[in-house]
Write a protein that binds this ligand. Structure first.
Ligand SMILES: [Zn+2]
Length: 329
């Protein structure tokens, strides 16, 4: 039974400071004029059947009725995104990852098991390595993969090169990587939801993979237990950080569009959903109508809770997806 919980990976300090930091960072972003136009179509399935979903931190998010994608509209522009990632928010995130480093290792242990089932050796490019929790977990798993990291943050790269001097490091955006390199595998953990130009990004990932190469990534799953209950209050509705929020259907459309074969979607961490929703329904009576009263009582029973966690994990109803895709031979 997976015992990863919300409080373990989101430290108390982070939970307290996140909203305050988001308000400040968003304010700074809004000082920069957004030159992007509002789109009349969904960035994933291109349907024009979209509607206004919610506004957070002064950014508007739309939702697609066809593929359920939730996306910022208009997308923040590059000046705004630079301001967000290179301001205090970047340092705050790195510190938060440092504080929850050990508690996050088990999340990566499972991902590494899945990677090793498909790829035991060869070159793996990790995009968005941050301070290297995944790299540490790979080392502990005594991997035979030869790992390179692509990470745009200078601060994170300094931490990475100190801790992992053997790893090849590209302190740059993915788009700037030379097109001559090709890898057997690419990993991307909880990053795709931050990407604005999603088609250009997928094209680049495809070009960097050898035929038969694997793309492993994780991202929130908005058609899941925790998202269905929390809805518009979900803590991960965080623009201009999270600007493209997926679900299994929209992931399949995106991968098809770019020539990848979708091998599998897994949602292993149902315990995160349950611990997050438990916290939410205990803090207010607002969710009582949405199963709140019933679940509040049932979650006190360990058997129910463990069984429920297993059920949502195994039926792709948990809030974080692990996607395994392949570039055809
Ligand atoms: Zn759509």
């Amino acid at each position: 039974m997976n015992k990863i919980t919300f409080d373990k990976i989101h430290t108390q300090t982070k939970q307290k400071k996140l909203m305050e930091m988001m308000q400040l960072s968003a304010l700074a972003c809004h000082d920069i004029a957004n030159t992007n136009c509002q789109s009349s179509t969904c960035p994933i399935c291109l349907s024009d059947d979209i509607f206004f979903y919610v506004e957070k931190f002064g950014f508007k998010l739309d939702k697609c009725r066809q593929c359920q994608q939730i996306f910022c509209n208009p997308m923040p522009n590059h000046e705004q995104l630079n301001c967000y990632y290179n301001g205090e928010m970047g340092e705050f995130e790195n510190q938060f990852f440092a504080d929850s480093f050990e508690n996050r290792i088990p999340i990566f242990d499972y991902r590494i098991q899945i990677i090793h089932q498909h790829l035991k050796s060869g070159n793996l490019l990790d995009i968005g390595s941050a301070i290297g929790i995944f790299i540490e977990a790979l080392n502990r798993a005594e991997t035979k993969l030869n790992v390179s990291c692509c990470e745009p943050s200078k601060d994170a790269c300094e931490r990475l090169s100190k801790r992992f001097p053997q790893v090849t490091l590209y302190n740059d955006w993915l788009q700037n990587l030379p097109g001559t390199m090709q890898y057997e595998g690419i990993s991307l953990w909880d990053t795709i939801e931050h990407i604005d130009q999603i088609d250009a990004f997928c094209t680049k990932v495809y070009s960097l993979l050898k035929p038969g190469g694997y793309w492993f990534f994780s991202t929130p799953n908005t058609t899941s237990f925790e998202w269905e209950i929390a809805g518009k209050d979900h803590v991960q509705l965080l623009p201009p950080g999270h600007i493209n929020l997926f679900n299994p259907k929209s992931i399949k459309i995106l991968l098809d569009k770019h020539g990848f074969e979708l091998l599998k979607i897994l949602t292993p961490n149902g315990s995160l959903d349950v611990s997050y929703i438990e916290k939410l329904i205990q803090s207010t009576s607002k969710y009582d109508a949405n199963l709140g009263v019933y679940l509040k009582e049932r979650f006190k029973e360990t058997d129910f809770k463990d069984g429920f966690i297993q059920l949502i994990s195994q039926t792709n109803n948990a809030g974080n997806m692990l996607v395994i895709a392949q570039k055809p031979e």
